[in-house]
Design a protein around this ligand. Structure first.
Ligand SMILES: Cc1cc2nc3c(=O)[nH]c(=O)nc-3n(C[C@H](O)[C@H](O)[C@H](O)COP(=O)(O)OP(=O)(O)OC[C@H]3O[C@@H](n4cnc5c(N)ncnc54)[C@H](O)[C@@H]3O)c2cc1C
Length: 317
């Protein structure tokens, strides 16, 4: 089995979700080749071997700096051919998922997105997909020899397995016609930790009563090196920026720890957080639906609990 992994970069650094994709490919067995598109830090590219790739194709052309889905799909389809790869793995993202679908169309590969664990190879090639915004799972057999798989966060554990990858400068043919979508500008989300990549997320809802109260939540997030999130009404009312809105219609997160404060736990919110490893809910209403999805719960007033929690974490560090 020969597997190709597309690695997404952000400001020259490999995204954590992409390292997870390399670990996923390594855990499947067979040979693993990573593909990096656009300029990237040499040390970052070199480090990919630690996660189980034997080879890295690095196409450093500055024309590949911006993630234009059509361009990336053409290059990855070429790489599949050049490497005679059977499988392409990508991490789920606003770029990775559409690129994957386009590659599948170009190569005629079997396709599965939202894959949550390693494939079952005991009888064919069967993957488990999250469907209905995480409320159910489907088992899907990928029958074509060529396969394109998009994995969800936490589908594999990020583990260093040692090893050095051979770095190969890759010069794919770039078709001018693929550049017919132009990214004019992009706005960087604020905050030190990016929400979709965060290991810990501290999220607030309408229970915080107003934007002026967010300081205590931000202090807790800073203490935990966490990203901040919020419920939809909070961003609709302009208390927090829209890119922090978590849920079915917002960002889907899958951190190790999700702390929900003053959020009721509507299904639309849960749809964005139900892949989290551990959920802690703080709500003054013991009947709030979120407690049913929680691993740990604190029934209490957020304005009382948050400062105490922050102080306790600071004292423990
Ligand atoms: C099509 C559609 C899509 C949607 N998509 C999303 C989505 O992506 N994300 C999303 O979040 N919502 C989404 N919603 C909205 C969703 O249905 C809920 O209305 C929303 O999640 C509720 O936000 P909330 O929990 O912040 O507010 P509320 O429902 O008002 O809950 C506030 C909570 O705070 C608690 N509280 C109050 N005061 C305190 C205090 N002092 N201390 C502690 N707790 C306190 C209350 O007990 C309550 O549980 C969507 C709705 C629709 C119809």
């Amino acid at each position: 089995m020969s597997t190709l992994v597309f690695l997404e970069t952000s400001e020259g650094k490999i995204r954590k979700s992409s390292l997870e994709a390399v670990c996923y490919a390594h855990a499947m067995g067979g040979s693993v080749t990573a593909v990096v598109l656009g300029p990237a830090d040499a040390s970052e590219v070199q480090s990919i071997g630690k996660y189980g790739a034997q080879k890295v194709l690095h196409a450093a052309d500055s024309k590949l700096e911006k993630g234009i889905a059509q361009v990336y799909a053409s290059v990855l389809a070429q790489a599949i051919k050049d490497e005679n790869a059977d499988i392409l793995i990508l991490a789920s993202s606003s770029l990775g998922t559409p690129v994957a679908a386009k590659v599948a169309v170009k190569t005629g590969a079997s396709f599965a997105a939202n894959v949550v664990e390693l494939p079952n190879l005991s009888n064919g090639f069967v993957v488990r997909r999250s469907i209905y915004t995480g409320k159910a799972f489907a088992h899907v057999e990928l029958k074509n020899q060529k396969k394109v798989i998009v994995i969800r966060k936490n589908a594999a554990e990020i583990k260093e397995v040692g090893g050095n990858a051979e770095i190969v400068a890759y010069s794919p043919t770039l078709n001018e016609s693929d550049f017919n979508t132009v990214i004019l500008s992009s706005e960087k989300a604020t905050g030190d930790v990016l929400l979709p990549e965060a290991e810990i997320v501290v999220s607030g809802g309408r229970g915080l009563k107003g934007p002026e109260h967010w300081g205590i939540l931000e202090e807790l997030a800073k203490t935990l090196h966490a990203a901040t999130g919020c419920s939809k009404p909070v961003s609709d009312m302009g208390w927090r920026p829209h890119h922090e809105h978590v849920g079915q219609t917002g960002v889907k997160v899958a951190p190790q720890l999700y702390i929900a404060i003053g959020i009721s736990g509507a299904i639309q919110h849960l749809a964005g957080v139900n892949s989290s490893k551990c959920i802690v809910v703080i709500n003054k209403d013991a009947e709030a639906p979120f407690f049913k999805a929680a691993d740990y719960g604190i029934v209490g007033d957020a304005f009382d609990v948050i400062p105490k929690l922050t102080a306790a974490i600071k004292a423990a560090n």
